[in-house]
Ligand binder design. Sequence first.
Ligand SMILES: Cc1cc2nc3c(=O)[nH]c(=O)nc-3n(C[C@H](O)[C@H](O)[C@H](O)COP(=O)(O)OP(=O)(O)OC[C@H]3O[C@@H](n4cnc5c(N)ncnc54)[C@H](O)[C@@H]3O)c2cc1C
Length: 367
Amino acid sequence: MSGRVTGTGEVFRAAVREWLSAAVAGLAEGALDDVTVRREWDRKLYDAGLAGLTWPVEFGGRGLSVLEEYVFHEEAARAGAPEGYGRIGRILAGPLLIKHGSPEQRQRYLQPILSGDEVWCQGFSEPGAGSDLANVGTRAERAGELYRISGQKIWTSFADHANRCLLLARTSARAPRHRNLGMFLLDMRQPGVDVRPITRITGDTTFSEVHFDGAVVHERDLVGGETGGWRMAMAVLSDERGPIEAITRYTAMSRAAAVLRECCASGSCDPELDEVCARVETVRWHSMRSLGNALAGIEDRAAGSVSKLMWSHTWQALTAYGLGLGCPAHELMWQRQYLESRAATIFSGSTQIQRNVIAERVLGLPR
Ligand SMILES: Cc1cc2nc3c(=O)[nH]c(=O)nc-3n(C[C@H](O)[C@H](O)[C@H](O)COP(=O)(O)OP(=O)(O)OC[C@H]3O[C@@H](n4cnc5c(N)ncnc54)[C@H](O)[C@@H]3O)c2cc1C
């Protein structure tokens, strides 16, 4: 396993497959959730030229299309590769900075995101602002060149290991509710930032409460201006429900579906197996449609909502069925996946919110 993976299309697929088979060999199955293993994986991808596949070359990416991104995820799922740890940086913060960041912000932040040296978290949700995100109460008070941050975020994934936070906070700009919000690039390793991990139903602590009291952000680390935070947040959420996320979820589910078939090899399964697997395939076709739109340059936010609804409910059906099989060889895996999947209809916008979006934007129903 050495050198950079090159090529496009099927050449790329063959090269990725070869690289993955060498890279994954030696990783113990149980180590795939380990933070150190996942961070090392980010670095390996970077060294192999497999980080930032769709990022422009000028920003350190490969400048490839979402098709190669899809191929990579398909092969990674097939090989049983770990999920990288720097996903908020790669999927959300990086693309935001590429589209809306200043030259200095791009220069400072993009490379450490790709190399995995800096982990990002997403500081949007608060106890009183989840679905109703515009209700954010964390304040960013201007004091000269600095903003002083006070308030609280919750459910912040990766916060306990994060170097930086994409922070949505209310500025002192005199403007209506959606206009006095700013998007800040906050240093998590400073006094005044208190991270309190929350234990999840799975037993891990991958998300946290984050309290801010006296933390500061320099004005050069504001993206989109003092009144542009809402627009930035919508851009982030659109990427969070975009084709790359749909593809990642589908490929992970297809791997789980393969395990399901293994569990059923003894012939003890009922027709529900086919139904569950057919639902996974439906997610695949929907992901393909999103992929086609992305390749044609069509942005369709409602498609992201449909996709989110489909994969989250399918994942829950898949894991419930897998758990119910009582397969001794994979019992622990199904237990974990079942518990993990419970959160899928909440994060990145709950099921009810996605249905509202579809009702309003696709069906044209009144609010
Ligand atoms: C595993 C996990 C990881 C997360 N990671 C992050 C992260 O990294 N960063 C971050 O900022 N946030 C994160 N979140 C938070 C997530 O975005 C919120 O939980 C989600 O937006 C819902 O907000 P809420 O929890 O405040 O619930 P609420 O908004 O209070 O909703 C409660 C219930 O009411 C329903 N509801 C609310 N409004 C409406 C409406 N208008 N119409 C119909 N039904 C409605 C919701 O669907 C839900 O069922 C994460 C959550 C989970 C579970």
